[in-house]
Design a protein. Structure first.
Length: 289
């Protein structure tokens, strides 16, 4: 496989319950494992600016295409994208890597899966890093009670419709998909090469429906939080100019954690690791040490 930076990338494959998951990896196989989870509408490439420096720092970096995305399998049922399934994928990856504990980072939907992994399987995580998604209890409360967040999350309701969201996202060579990245980030954040990579990933059969099914599963299969407290040490990194999520939810999330640090980036948006790659890499390295 081609190199993006200095450290060669490897392709890995994992399987759980008949679903094959693709991942890229870099770094020493004997190093501590850091798993990085992407969100919507991205794939492993979301973390491409962090992979090389983390690998050169000694980590074994593993970045999956989460189910439904890019080269990973795309189950047809909406239930297949419910949070327990997504978390079980991460647990299985940890098992197949032969690890007792790993460092876990997530952005957007990847952060939601990371939060849930910390809730359901805290013993498998050394530390948790979260980018621009609140604790699930905070998110659920805001979606029910905060009109400003309800307005920002209008697309979740739209995604419940059959077929129309897929057509809307994909038409005119994924014009809306591209706009969802470019229009909500700082100018120049996503290069022409970046956008072509995303178009290629979105073009794979079944991908757009699978990506949107994450939202359909969330609406129809809300997670039950018997004990919402996070016992894993957590660092939250948050771009305050996020168009989709209110910044005060980051501070609210801290109260659900035994030990948490919050860093706001006042001039950045939802796409934090793209806009501030060096700062985010440095923050992850300082936190994972």
């Amino acid at each position: 496989m081609a190199e993006l930076d200095v450290v060669p990338l490897e392709e890995l494959w994992f399987e759980r319950g008949g679903v094959r998951l693709h991942a890229v990896a870099a770094g020493s196989k004997s190093g501590p494992v850091a798993i990085m989870l992407h969100g919507f509408p991205e794939f492993w490439y979301s973390w491409h600016k962090q992979i090389d420096p983390l690998a050169r720092a000694g980590y074994r970096v593993v970045v999956p295409d989460q189910r439904g995305y890019n080269l990973s399998d795309k189950p047809r049922s909406i239930q297949a994208y419910a949070m327990p399934e997504l978390v079980s994928d991460i647990r299985e990856i940890i098992d197949q890597l032969g690890q007792e504990q790993i460092y876990l980072a997530g952005h957007d939907w990847g952060a939601a899966v990371a939060w849930a992994t910390a809730l359901y399987h805290p013993e498998r995580l050394k530390k948790l890093a979260i980018l621009n998604v609140p604790h699930p209890a905070v998110m659920l409360r805001a979606l029910h009670r905060n009109p400003r967040q309800m307005l920002r999350s209008w697309y979740i309701a739209f995604f419940q419709l059959p077929r129309l969201p897929e057509q809307f996202f994909a038409r005119n060579n994924f014009r809306v998909g591209v706009a969802s990245l470019v229009g909500s980030s700082l100018p120049g954040t996503f290069s022409a090469e970046d956008l072509e990579r995303y178009r290629e990933a979105w073009s794979r059969p079944g991908t757009v429906t699978a990506m949107i099914n994450w939202y359909r599963a969330f609406r129809g299969h809300r997670p039950k939080l018997a004990n919402p407290h996070i016992h894993v040490p957590t660092r939250i990194l948050w771009g305050k100019r996020d168009r989709f999520l209110l910044p005060e939810m980051a501070q609210e999330s801290v109260s659900y954690c035994d030990a948490a640090e919050l860093t706001y980036f006042p001039d950045n948006t939802h796409w934090l690791q793209h806009e501030r790659p060096d700062a985010i890499t440095a923050a992850l390295l300082a936190w994972f040490c």
